[in-house]
Design a protein around this ligand. Sequence first.
Ligand code: F0G
Length: 457
Amino acid sequence: MKLPFAESWKIKMVEPIKKSTREERENWMREAHYNVFQLKSEQVYIDLITDSGTGAMSDRQWAAMMLGDESYAGATSFFHLQETIQRLTGFEYVIPTHQGRAAENVLFSYLVHEGNIIPGNSHFDTTKGHIEGRKATALDCTIDEAKDTQLEIPFKGNVDPLKLEQALQKYSDRIPFIIVTITNNTAGGQPVSMQNLREVRQLANKYNKPVLFDSARFAENAYFIKTREEGYSDKSIKAIVHEMFDLADGMTMSAKKDGIVNMGGFIATRLEDWYNGAKGFCVQFEGYLTYGGMNGRDMNALAVGLDENTEFENLESRIKQVQYLADKLDEYGIPYQRPAGGHAIFVDASKILTNVPKEEFPAQTLTIELFLEAGIRGCEIGYILADRDPVTRENRFGGLDMLRLAIPRRVYTDNHMNVVAVALKNVFDRREEIKRGVQISWEAPLMRHFTVKLERL
Ligand code: F0G
């Protein structure tokens, strides 16, 4: 008999978690203004708000932390990290930052100016924020298929080359670079194929534009290329990663995802011009160039994490757990963005809470219901996250409205996934009774979902 699949690690340290009563959760949610970001983590039983900075480090990463060099300038930890990034990506220049959005801030301070247009595939909200905050436009050129949650295609995160070329023709002189987010978080953790990355590169060359990868989940993207794209099944993840980055000029990285550290990020590039342009902003916003917002010990842990998480077995353990949860939802008939993504399941709220009008934010309503049901914290990736249109100030209802269940790396077991699935099924079974959602009582002008205050209707 063939042995069943099991994780490529065992557990050395555990952290207790606590259940609560429905009454407690009702009170906590009210106090949090129906915004799950305002909850205390101790009020949460199973926390799927994000896979960012919430992973469990390995014994090797913890060991590397003890060897951190905290020198202000020229720390060995920086060179360890730089060598790892150079080897994995081929990018010569490395600027550490405290997390992904800081990498965006530093690089975009040099590259993005008022009136610019940055085409790409579903810019993440901080990326969009850093573009729109500079009075520039984030132009979404994702394939239309990504909006059909029930359509099952292998690379639903792809850039639509036709849309991209139209943008390049129309706005050429206003485009400083093209951005490709791997995997495409907003579209559901969906991967981008090597073929698509190649097409983007060809268009970039034709119009003489550089290409930036937002690489938060680049290793998961490589896993999908290996397992889904023709010609890659025999290649190692590290070889695929290198081939992916050969098609870009630089990357911004939130190391809190595929670097499996709690905090950290970086910019890496082969363009001396980008490096020289960005480094002054690193010193201004983050810190000196050989730490840029990171401790030496954290740079050491990141170097080890990057190496570990570009190994097939580690990625397989992780992505199979996401698939496990997806299979459970299939069993219960709960619709989500198909196929399952790399880091999360995106539950299609608009197909579940059909009685809740879009103006009352169905995905946020579902997020609240799931927490009230069992203390499980997901997060809305939908109309609240989409912010208002910077010009008309209207809500943007054009995209998907989903409840994201992001799974931290190496943290929960499949038993926890069973609880999540049943809790969601219980909400799903009474979906017809849920007729009202929420309304906004206070919101920030940009990136409102972190701090928004809501009232239940
Ligand atoms: N790019 C992508 C694709 C992301 O998913 C994130 C963060 C960032 C950039 C910004 O990185 O948080 O280190 O500043 N995503 C988290 C999430 C917050 O929950 O998806 P950061």
